[in-house]
Design a protein around this ligand. Structure first.
Ligand SMILES: [Zn+2]
Length: 51
């Protein structure tokens, strides 16, 4: 099943605004996340794309 346009848009928005990398487990989290979706840690650091 191909990726929907909505999914592409979501990814594009995340890449534009950056995302959070969990310092605890290294998981990538959406920029609006308050805590890691994998380990629930709030120890997140920002990661931004530079285009
Ligand atoms: Zn984590």
């Amino acid at each position: 099943m191909p990726i929907s346009d909505q999914e592409k848009l979501r990814i594009a928005i995340e890449h534009r605004f950056g995302y959070w990398i969990c310092r605890n487990c290294g998981a990538r989290n959406p920029i609006n996340a308050e805590k890691c979706r994998r380990c629930k840690s709030k120890n997140l650091r920002p990661k931004r794309f530079k285009h």
